[in-house]
Design a protein around this ligand. Structure first.
Ligand SMILES: Nc1ncnc2c1ncn2[C@@H]1O[C@H](COP(=O)(O)OP(=O)(O)O)[C@@H](O)[C@H]1O
Ligand SMILES: [Mg+2]
Length: 355
């Protein structure tokens, strides 16, 4: 193989970026282990792109330090860092062929022209585009253009690969396929990657670790399962997996569990990091089974809306503690207006603080 893996760890230490009075990134400290993919996930405007651009050297931090493979790069210009970035817009040159686009960035004077073309072909082969050398970008689909952009970043043999919402110009089906391709390539080549997205499903699908950002700060970092099953606060619970949040009273703690009450119901649920007595019960579809009213146990609710989506039903339910939005298997059908019993599985419930 002609393309060499030079992946290195990246460390951000209390990184901040201020534009005048705008605090784009307030304080971000995170470690991206060599060979792993870490996603920055959060709503528009939370500081993801700014953080990525500081790693690339396209923005200078107002405070804090950035290390790539133990080297302090905080104040180095982009061309003195070994990073390459894949943009949402692909940024391909329209008048150059695919092969020229990929070899263009290989500015290293010590490489012969033939060597550069060899590397570019290797890059195209890695992204599944051999045979496309002579095409123009306009002769490629959106997904193929995105792969060219990936190949162009790969041939630079960066220590770190950066992705800023790389799939947002693609349709839903292609997005799913491309995210799998990117993840496969990243794992196969063990590339250190920082991946920015606002799409929680995409983040869950591609990441070793997810850093959830909210207003320039880290709300929580962890594996996809950590964030989904043990959200640190209501922001994370709502952002990842769109949970229903039911206000509850936290009666007492038992190790990593808490006994909570809402209405007349008491439950023992996961509560990894809370104090105080006001909480939200985090209720996702997997935690609820619907049954006919009058079933032995359970709370009752009324079906306000039922939507058939082929693979599952979506229900909006009116309950004594507010409305719930749930996906349920297609096997059973509950009509609009029906009274149903809600059975909660404490195994799949958690609680976060209500502040
Ligand atoms: N060059 C800039 N000048 C002033 N404000 C900026 C600049 N770039 C970004 N911001 C602001 O910083 C915040 C974070 O932006 P950004 O990092 O682009 O968010 P994200 O990528 O998460 O959507 C936003 O409020 C944005 O308006
Ligand atoms: Mg952005």
């Amino acid at each position: 193989m002609t393309i060499v893996n030079r992946s290195a760890a990246v460390v951000l230490e209390k990184v901040r970026k201020q534009y005048g009075v705008v605090m784009a990134v307030e304080e971000v400290s995170v470690t991206i282990e060599a060979g792993t993919l870490v996603t920055l996930l959060g709503p528009s405007g939370c500081g993801k792109t700014t953080t990525l651009r500081m790693v690339a050297g396209l923005e200078m931090p107002t405070a804090g330090r950035i290390l790539i493979g133990d080297k302090d790069v905080t104040l180095l210009p982009p061309n003195e860092r070994d990073v390459s970035m894949v943009f949402q817009s692909y940024a391909l040159f329209p008048h150059m062929t695919v092969l020229e686009n990929v070899s263009y960035g290989l500015a290293d004077a010590s490489l012969s022209k033939a060597r550069k073309l060899e590397k570019a072909r290797e890059g195209l082969r890695l992204v599944g585009l051999d045979g496309y050398d002579e095409r123009l970008p306009s002769e490629l689909s959106g997904g193929q253009q995105q792969r060219v952009a990936c190949a162009r970043a790969l041939v630079l043999e960066p220590q770190v690969l950066l992705f800023d919402e790389p799939l947002s110009n693609l349709d839903a089906k292609l997005r799913r396929r491309m995210r799998e391709e990117i993840r496969e390539l990243q794992q196969k080549l063990e590339l250190t990657s920082i991946y920015v997205t606002h799409d929680q499903e995409e983040a869950l699908a591609v990441s070793d670790k997810i850093v959830v950002m909210n207003q320039g700060r880290i709300a929580q970092e962890g594996t996809p399962a950590d964030l989904y099953e043990r959200p640190a606060d209501s922001f994370v619970a709502d952002f990842i997996g769109a949970a229903n949040l039911i206000p509850c009273e936290i009666l007492r703690r038992e190790d990593a569990l808490a006994i909570v009450r809402f209405g007349d119901t008491e439950l023992r649920v996961r509560a990894p990091r809370i104090s105080g007595s006001a909480g939200y019960l985090v209720v996702r579809s997997a935690a609820v089974a619907l049954a006919d009213a009058g079933a032995a146990r359970g709370l009752t609710a009324t079906v306000r809306k039922a939507t058939y989506l082929g693979g599952h039903w979506e229900y909006t339910l009116d309950t004594p503690f507010g409305s719930l939005f749930l996906a349920q298997p297609v096997g059973r059908r509950f009509e609009q207006g029906a009274t149903v019993a809600l059975q909660l599985d404490p195994q799949h419930l958690s609680v976060v603080a209500r502040t």
